[in-house]
Design a protein around this ligand. Sequence first.
Ligand SMILES: [Zn+2]
Length: 87
Amino acid sequence: MPTGISADARNQARSNGARTYQGQACREGHPGMRYTSNGACVICVKERERLAYDKDIAAQRKRDYRARQKATASTVVDLGAELLESL
Ligand SMILES: [Zn+2]
């Protein structure tokens, strides 16, 4: 598919106010749904977002795990103190 057609599709989408348009397949082999604003492959952008999200979740889990370990330790101490007070 010549680039001219893809550019036309994008220009047309822009004049229609469409957020996405059917362009050329991207280099990752995705079918070619692209954002009108920057011509970026919709699937590639989504995948990048998901990867960034997964990375964030992994970091968050690690933080949670440490926080939970700390919390568990202090909860045990708190429970012990409560138990002593109730005696
Ligand atoms: Zn892609």
